[in-house]
Design a protein around this ligand. Structure first.
Ligand SMILES: Cc1cc2nc3c(=O)[nH]c(=O)nc-3n(C[C@H](O)[C@H](O)[C@H](O)COP(=O)(O)OP(=O)(O)OC[C@H]3O[C@@H](n4cnc5c(N)ncnc54)[C@H](O)[C@@H]3O)c2cc1C
Length: 362
């Protein structure tokens, strides 16, 4: 490692630090990204779903169209730079669980803003019963987050721009030309530590509302499909590669033989022990809705850096010149980080102003 002087020191190589680093380098900046490889970080666990419609009332995510436009352009740029495939469209079939939700769905079908996102589903699904029907949620995608993190780590290492260590905040020293850390110096540091920002003396008082979540990797139950859908098996297996089911929980394809089942929200809980009761709840809910009883291959836990006001924290830290924050992407990092990293790059390089809701807490 021979890069003692860089433009920007980035602490954290989760989705936030990784995508920000890529954007900065694409704009000619020299970066050094430091990461402690923490297994409870949200990015290590994230399912990568980009979902326009959420909640009982089937609400369209605020700003979805702009975020999605930015995200798809960004992932395409990353795919071409790294020579890998990172994002795929999936067909999401969402179960309407009760008369109240079915009535919201009918309302949404009449609203222009929802025309590009929702339609009634007529295709067969794995749901056991669909008393109130089901909806197709269009423009749903899945980002391969583990591939993204691994590929960007390799890319950073190739450029001598990655250091695997735990940053001790006492080792950061600010001076008139920026900041120094051990033998390295930079014009600025950008903190991207996800939920571990609660250990950062400059950020620990921000209004985070952390949300622990758990995900199971399960083996695809092939035999059941064979019995029930023998004649359609081939078509069905092809379809399964791109079909997501949701009913409050969700099931997404993962590789050829597995699927991921998630998730839950345990507020302000940062204990990284997998919970037996969450595992049972997820499996019972899957069986109740689909009849599937899969084998569990893996059980992961992560903590989402969610905020009380549902906006990210992006910008300079007022009490420390040379220090910036890029955090608070909650449960929608795959959708929102690309647009936010663009905003921060524009701010740093072209001195553009950041929206007030992003930096007013900093
Ligand atoms: C169960 C679960 C499911 C999710 N599913 C989805 C989903 O389907 N779609 C979606 O868009 N989002 C999802 N998310 C949310 C998504 O994971 C987050 O929005 C995103 O990963 C946040 O990324 P981050 O880089 O800000 O934080 P993190 O992922 O927490 O990354 C922070 C990084 O900083 C490093 N770090 C921290 N402190 C230090 C230090 N002192 N020194 C060195 N390194 C340090 C950590 O090791 C880590 O690599 C999910 C999250 C969870 C928990």
């Amino acid at each position: 490692m021979t890069v003692p002087q860089v433009d920007t020191l980035i602490i954290g190589q989760g989705l936030a630090g990784s995508m920000l680093a890529f954007q900065l380098v694409a704009r000619g900046q020299q970066v050094l990204v430091i990461d402690n490889d923490h297994q409870g970080s949200a990015s290590q666990v994230a399912a990568g779903i980009i979902n326009p419609i959420t909640g009982h009332r089937l609400n369209l995510t605020e700003g979805f169209v702009d975020y999605y436009t930015s995200a798809t352009a960004f992932y395409a740029e990353l795919e071409s730079a790294l020579g890998i495939s990172l994002i795929k469209q999936v067909e999401q079939v969402r179960l309407l669980k009760n008369p109240g939700q079915a009535s919201y769905f009918s309302k949404r079908l009449e609203q222009d803003a929802y025309a590009d996102f929702l339609e009634a589903n007529t295709a067969t699904t794995l749901f056991k019963e669909q008393q109130y029907g089901s909806a197709k949620v269009k423009q749903t995608s899945i980002v391969n987050t583990s591939e993204l993190l691994a590929a960007l780590k390799r890319w950073l290492i190739e450029q001598n721009a990655h250091l695997n260590t735990q940053v001790d905040y006492d080792e950061l020293h600010f001076n008139s030309s920026g900041v120094s850390y051990r033998e390295f110096s930079a014009s600025r540091v950008i903190f991207c530590e996800g939920y571990q920002a609660i250990n950062n003396p400059w950020l620990k008082d921000l209004p985070f509302k952390l949300a622990k979540g758990e995900i199971l990797t399960i083996e695809k139950p092939k035999e059941k499909l064979r019995e029930e859908l023998r004649e359609e098996l081939r078509a069905k297996q092809k379809e399964e590669q791109t079909q997501m089911l949701s009913w409050g929980n969700w099931l997404i394809p993962y590789g050829n033989d597995c699927a991921k089942l998630g998730s839950n929200y345990a507020w302000q809980d940062t204990d990284l022990t997998p919970s037996h009761s969450v595992r049972e709840k997820l499996l019972n809910s899957l069986e109740e809705q689909t009849g599937l009883k899969p084998t569990v291959l893996n059980h992961q836990v992560g903590v989402r850096p969610t905020t009380t006001h549902r906006h990210a924290f992006v910008g300079g830290i007022s009490k420390q010149a040379g220090a910036y924050c890029f955090n608070g992407f909650g449960s929608k990092g795959c959708l929102t980080i690309p647009a936010h990293s663009q905003l921060l790059c524009d701010h740093l390089i072209n001195n553009t102003q950041l929206p007030e809701e992003l930096n007013k807490w900093l």
